[in-house]
Design a protein around this ligand. Structure first.
Ligand SMILES: NC(=O)c1ccc[n+]([C@@H]2O[C@H](COP(=O)([O-])OP(=O)(O)OC[C@H]3O[C@@H](n4cnc5c(N)ncnc54)[C@H](O)[C@@H]3O)[C@@H](O)[C@H]2O)c1
Length: 421
């Protein structure tokens, strides 16, 4: 088969590689010419896809900026971003422009699948009309489906192949064709009755996480005020073998999925005169969390009899999760901005984020920066960094609990004011 993929980012590139490794031809289209050039040289920009893996499929993978190449594809999978506008409303710009590109090449017999996360109704209300402007009809001349991407960057225990794939077709024939195509690279398929069910299932998954992260972070704020160790509370609660799912407190929510996707549903719900209280509340708590972390830093410095102004603070890990370099919506950026506003001299170390041009900073060498810091803040605990060793030498605020394991006695000491919280 020839598979066309529009958008070669965190979602599209792994999908392209998976199809190519299964022996299929892949045409990957992206509007970012620099990205396409790099891919043509065999250089991957996604941590989960090492360049060597990309180089192994170069004879089956064509990266291009020219969407007309998709005329050759049996199936076209759309994996473009679905961000929010400044007013926090769905920005379907990239999606609609990809849809227009597809309608320019659409052929009888082709399958078109939307993978981007979006509100229920997008495939039918927004994508379908653009594709049918060609005069071709979905279900008869071409096939149309929605199948949400479930990739979790940095995760290795569940892969694209082993993660069940939810698929909703516009018609039964659309569904069957989409199942046939995804069956080439996924072990388990989950057919659902409509694209809307598939669209909403993805949002439910993400909203579930957003709400539970907010819940545990709110509990962390309460526990902090009550001088109870929230991580010990979570460890204890997680021993319940049923009816509880573990979520760990942290510096807040990041990435371009969880802080964004729930608001796609809120927006659509308003059209139906329904409010989404849980989503709004979770959004509010999650936005507050980095400010709470700034407060924790202030208190840790206070315990050291130091003001924030002029203190040298080293932030460890600026991306939103370990092992990846994605800084979109990362709470670390808010913490950095908050500490700078208070006059701190902030530096950072992150092997995955060499530069933060927006702040005029680049990642510093670890050893010197630790030696010179008044306080270290572990924001995202990347693998390969000796966080425990660092916390042993410099006062440390550990927002991820990575220095805690096996060190409860030290943590008890921390509450007595040696700067570790
Ligand atoms: N990153 C994740 O963990 C993840 C997980 C599940 C679902 N999703 C969803 O998948 C979608 C894509 O996310 P991503 O993380 O891969 O984004 P990304 O920003 O990493 O990649 C998107 C790519 O699309 C390209 N692009 C933008 N507009 C285009 C257009 N009109 N035509 C061709 N290419 C275009 C961009 O240049 C970029 O390379 C989003 O809807 C996201 O919510 C992401």
């Amino acid at each position: 088969m020839t598979i066309g993929i529009i958008g070669l980012g965190y979602v599209g590139l792994p999908l392209a590689v998976e199809f190519a490794e299964a022996g299929h031809q892949v045409i990957g289209v992206d509007t970012n010419a620099g990205r396409v050039e790099a891919l043509r040289r065999g250089e991957s920009h996604i941590e989960d896809i090492p360049s060597e893996r990309l180089q192994g499929i170069m004879d089956r993978f064509e990266a291009t900026t020219m969407s007309r190449r998709l005329v050759l594809a049996d199936a076209i999978l759309i994996c473009v971003p679905t961000p929010l506008t400044r007013n926090r409303e769905p920005d379907l710009g990239p999606l609609l422009s990809a849809a227009t590109a597809v309608s320019g090449v659409l052929q009888r017999g082709q399958l078109v699948v939307l993978e981007s996360t979006t509100y229920p109704g997008t495939t039918r209300e927004r994508l379908l009309p653009i594709l049918e402007e060609t005069g071709l009809s979905a279900g008869r001349d071409f096939h149309l489906a929605f199948s949400p991407e479930r990739v979790d960057p940095g995760r290795t225990d569940h892969t694209l192949r082993t993660t069940p794939k939810v698929v909703g077709g516009l018609t039964q024939a659309c569904l069957e064709r989409a199942l046939e195509v995804y069956g080439l690279v996924c072990d388990e398929l989950v057919p659902v009755s409509t694209p809307e069910v598939a669209e909403m299932a993805k949002l439910l998954e993400n909203i579930f996480r957003a709400v539970n992260i907010a819940l545990v972070n709110e509990m962390a704020m309460v526990a902090d005020r009550m001088r109870i160790d929230i991580r010990e509370v979570v460890d204890a609660a997680a021993t319940k073998p049923f009816g509880f799912m573990r979520f760990d407190p942290g510096p807040g929510m990041g990435g371009h999925c969880l802080p964004v996707d729930p608001f796609y549903l809120s927006w659509k719900a308003r059209e139906h005169e329904v409010t989404t209280e849980f989503i709004e509340l979770a959004g509010k708590v999650n936005q507050q969390t980095p400010h709470f972390c700034v407060e924790k830093v202030e208190r840790a410095l206070n315990d050291l009899s130091k003001p924030v102004r002029g203190s040298r603070i080293l932030l460890l890990g600026m991306s939103y999760k370990p092992g990846v370099g994605d800084i979109r919506e990362s709470p670390a950026l808010k913490i950095l901005a908050g500490l700078r506003e208070l006059g701190a001299d902030v530096r950072y170390h992150d092997p995955y984020v060499p530069e933060l041009p927006g702040f005029g900073l680049s990642s510093t060498g670890l050893d010197n920066a630790v030696a010179e810091a008044d306080l270290v803040v572990i924001v995202t605990a990347h693998p390969g960094i000796d966080h425990i060793g660092i916390a042993d030498t410099v006062p440390t605020v550990d927002l991820r609990g990575v220095t805690r394991a096996g060190r409860r006695a030290e943590m008890a000491g921390a509450m007595n004011g040696n700067g570790k919280v």
